[in-house]
Write a protein that binds this ligand. Sequence first.
Ligand code: SAM
Length: 232
Amino acid sequence: MEIDFWHDKWEKNLIGFHLPETNPHLIKYYSHLNLTKGDRIFVPLCGKSNDIIWLIKQGLYVTAIELSPLAVKQFFDDNQLQPEIIKQNDFQIWQTEKIRIFVGDFFKLRVDDLKNIDAIYDRASLIALPLQLRQNYRQHLQLILPSMKILLITLEYDQSLMQGPPFAVNDDEIDQLYGNEYQIKTLMKEDVLSKEPHFKKKGVDYMNESVYQLTPRRLSENSSFRHNGVKI
Ligand SMILES: C[S@@+](CC[C@H](N)C(=O)[O-])C[C@H]1O[C@@H](n2cnc3c(N)ncnc32)[C@H](O)[C@@H]1O
C-alpha cells in the first residue's frame, strides 16, 4: 500500500476505522497483557486512537507511531494536550510526559528508537496492509521488538468479495505470521457485519472481528515470569 494512500485518507477525513470512544475489546481484554503501572506499551499505526488516552489512564507510558502528521496533530488537539516536538533520526516525535508518538513510516523505526517496551497493543495495523506488507510488517516488528506480549485485533472476511483496506486477515495467517515465536490464544471472534452496513452493501457476507493474545514462547514456557503482579 502506497503511503500516499493513507495521507490522502487523512486529508479527506475518510477515516471510518477511527472509533470516537475507547475500543471495547481493549477495555475487556487489557488484563491479558498483565501489565502494571509504569509499564510501557507500543501502539503501532496508531491513527488518532482514543485507546492511547485510555492506556495512559491505566498508568502506562505509551510509545506509538503514525504516518500522518495530520492524524497526530488531531490526536493532541482533540485531547487538549500540548506536545513538545523533537527530531530523532527519520522522525519527528510529538511527546508529552506519558505519550511519545513517532510521526513517519513504521518500516523506518530502528531498535534504538524503542526502549524498555513491555507490550504491544495492535488494533487494525495488519488489516491496513496488503499481504506482502503484512509479512514485512511482521518481520520488522520482530526485528525492533522481539518477544513482546501482544494484544492483537484484526478483521476477517471473504477477500474475494471486497478489496481492502481493510484487508482480510484470518487465523491461518496469524498462525503463519506469529506461530513460530508466539503462543496464540483467540480471546474473541464475533461477526460484526450487522454493525458495518457499509461493508454489507459492498457484498461482504460476514465480517469476523478477532482479538488474539500473543504470548512469546519464551514467556509462556516460564510461567513464573510474573508472580502476584511482580516481575521476577
Ligand atoms: C486502519 S488505521 C488504524 C488506526 C488505529 N490503530 C486505530 O485503531 O484507529 C491504519 C493507520 O495506519 C497508518 N499507517 C499506514 N501505513 C503506515 C506506515 N507504514 N507507518 C506508520 N503508519 C502507517 C495510517 O495512516 C492509519 O492511520
